[in-house]
Design a protein around this ligand. Structure first.
Ligand code: SIN
Length: 517
């Protein structure tokens, strides 16, 4: 495969991976995409609400930038927010050029509202199937362009190359021999980690393996303590954890407790349109107060025709459970949704490892601070994907420096076990119990000790052996818990009962690096 720098390897097939592949192809390069599942399977596919961009007549990129900064709990990287919001309209134009069928009203792109946005600026497609429409469109263009895609092919490790960059080691899911790939540079676009949590809105593929593999190879990782919980995921025993988009609240839906009270008003004046961290925490508190396993989304105030036209997938899904949202309340609760941190990059997508670029959810640009603004995630994949694409035929000198606060973590040899189901089950339960919406020292210490035991069982016996998915799950969970234990304050998505306020001494990004890296 490939002829060196002219044939970049892109790991992951969500919006970031597909977009980088298309842009690389347009630039005359010969990219290859590899993905551990099918080309069509990624978190992007399940994104409902949409993608934010200041394209409305009453909007400006400056207002979008301000909202992004305000949501982010005081640690948004200002340069990254400037890049994200000012380049958004151009990237939307790219999607239109590729054929994404955004919904329109009287010939103009329709714009919705979501929490903490000061303007209606959320583009959507297929009503509530925005991610699906984007993914299908980009994938169709990738296939038309004849871009090579290797499915069921898993990234296992990075190895140092003679020229100081890294190469990727891949293996097929059928267990055949691992293969070291010469293609360079490598673009990490493996997505997030929220499905490590037992209760998550994500597909099971979102296990954060890219973070673990990069960290093991010595890459700098930042802000792992900030896991965003989506306030409204369908919550009924035995049913899939289906996302109920925030855009419904933008259209006027409200949250009620079992007694019918619109309780969010007691927690924050912005109520349904407060930032996601506030709404998730308020629901969590309300559920504890009432002892109920969920709260209820009330969309009955939205005219039926509008509801079914604007949210067809959700209405179809709910009808399978006998729920008509124009009449009935929808049981919801907050669940793990998005990894705000990840592999640290600069504004060009360069990581601290030469030859490794990263974009999309796996990357930590600092643009979301401590709490991501709704519908900025698909956008981030595109905007920073474009910047990564521009780096592909250049030497990748540069990259991020250490974060202002650094933790160094040992990664001793382990027993090389791979008890996959038991490990994932246990990790998921502990993350949910002790590293959830509300945390404290005792719970985090328990979680760290637990994940260290899994690390010691699952890490390879010798560094040259390849780490298993169990080892990656244990390591990613450990990074989240360790960072959360260290941050002794509350900020954005990270809330500590024992340190309930933000503290000036913590107004920083926190980096993690392997001992000796
Ligand atoms: C949603 O539709 O509510 C999710 C969109 C996002 O995570 O930004």
């Amino acid at each position: 495969m490939g002829d060196g720098a002219r044939s970049p390897l892109i790991v992951g097939s969500g919006i970031a991976g597909l977009y980088v592949a298309l842009r690389a192809h347009e630039a005359g390069l010969r990219p290859t995409i590899v993905t551990k599942s099918g080309l069509a399977e990624s978190n992007t596919r399940y994104a409902q609400g949409g993608i934010a961009a200041a394209i409305g007549p009453d909007d400006t990129t400056e207002l979008h930038r301000r909202d992004t900064v305000r949501a982010g709990g005081g640690i948004v990287d200002l340069a990254a927010a400037q890049v994200l919001t000012s380049e958004a309209p151009k990237r939307i134009a790219d999607l239109v050029r590729y054929g994404v069928p955004f919904d329109t009203i009287e010939g103009r792109i329709a714009l919705g509202r979501e929490g903490a946005h000061s303007r209606a600026r959320i583009l959507h497609a297929g009503g509530d199937a925005t991610g699906l429409q984007i993914e299908e469109t980009l994938r169709a263009r990738v296939l038309e362009a004849g871009i090579e895609a290797r499915e069921r092919c898993r990234l296992r490790a990075f190895r140092p190359a003679a020229d100081g960059t890294v190469t990727a080691v891949l293996s097929r899911e059928d267990g055949s021999q691992a293969e070291e790939i010469a293609s360079r540079p490598v673009v990490l676009a493996t997505g997030g980690t929220a499905s490590l949590y037992r209760q998550s809105s994500n597909p099971i593929t979102a296990t954060g393996e890219g973070v673990a593999i990069a960290f093991r190879s010595g890459a700098l990782v930042t802000d792992m303590e900030f896991i965003q919980f989506h306030p409204t995921v369908f919550a009924r025993d035995g049913a899939p954890r289906f996302l109920i988009t925030e855009a419904l609240r933008g259209e006027g839906a409200v949250l009620r407790n079992r007694a019918g009270e619109q309780f969010l008003l007691r927690y924050h004046p912005d109520a349904e349109l407060a930032t996601r961290d506030i709404v998730s925490r308020a629901i969590h508190q309300e559920m504890r107060r009432t002892g109920d396993p969920c709260v209820f989304l009330d969309a009955t105030g939205i005219p039926r025709e509008r509801l079914f036209a604007r949210f067809p997938s959700i209405c179809r899904f709910l009808s399978g459970y006998g729920i008509d949202p124009s009449r009935d309340l929808v049981p919801v609760s907050p669940m793990a949704h998005y990894m705000i941190g990840g592999v640290t990059t600069d504004l060009e997508g360069r990581t601290s490892l030469s030859g490794l670029l990263a974009c999309g959810e796996v990357a930590s640009t600092g643009v979301h601070g401590a709490n991501r603004l709704a519908s900025n995630s698909l956008l981030e994949g595109l905007v920073f994907g474009e910047r990564v694409a521009r780096q592909l035929d250049r030497p990748t000198a540069g990259g991020p420096r250490d974060a202002p606060r650094m933790l160094s973590l040992p990664l001793p040899p382990g027993q090389g076990e791979d008890p996959r189901e038991a490990c994932l089950r246990d990790v998921g339960a502990i993350l949910g119990n002790d590293v959830g919406i509300v945390r404290d020292r005792a719970g985090l210490e328990t979680a760290v000790a637990h994940f260290e035991r899994w690390r010691d069982r699952c890490e390879p016996k010798i560094p040259s052996e390849l780490a298993s998915p169990s080892a990656n799950a244990a390591l990613t969970a450990l990074l989240i818990a360790r960072a959360a234990l260290s941050r002794e304050e509350s900020r954005g998505a990270h809330f500590r009962l024992d340190f309930p306020r933000p503290l000036p001494r913590w107004k920083y990004h926190q980096g993690l690096r392997r001992d000796g890296a």
